[in-house]
Design a protein around this ligand. Structure first.
Ligand code: ZN
Length: 113
């Protein structure tokens, strides 16, 4: 890859990271079913549980898995954010590989002098 094409590609990846970074949310989304706070409710007596509820899980700073429930009105926003987080990591890997290529090429140029 030429140096110009290389920097064009890097700029495009950085723009993508910027766009994704504004939307991304950390964690993985899943649907869960819950029991409620009413001890007399069917969900405590073998009946169907409440749900599905959207749940986001992630590994917290101590390494322990934690998460939060998502209000239904925010489900689309949160699912989009979680997908953006995954995409962000793919783009970041591609950018990191280009950065490495760039460093090697600069090194080769300097060594050739
Ligand atoms: Zn219940």
């Amino acid at each position: 890859m030429s140096s110009i094409r290389h920097s064009t590609k890097r700029a495009a990846l950085l723009r993508q990271l910027d766009r994704l970074g504004r939307r991304m949310l950390f964690g993985t989304a899943s649907e869960t079913y819950r029991t409620c706070g009413q001890p007399t409710c069917q969900c405590h007596h073998g009946g169907p549980k409440h749900g599905p509820h959207l749940q986001v899980s992630y590994r917290g700073e101590t390494g322990k898995t934690t998460g939060y429930h998502v209000p239904a009105a925010l489900a689309d926003t949160v699912c989009d954010g979680v997908r953006a987080w995954q995409r962000f990591q793919e783009v970041a890997r591609t950018l990191a590989a280009l950065n490495r290529e760039h460093a090697w090429r600069r090194h080769a140029k300097r060594s050739a002098r």
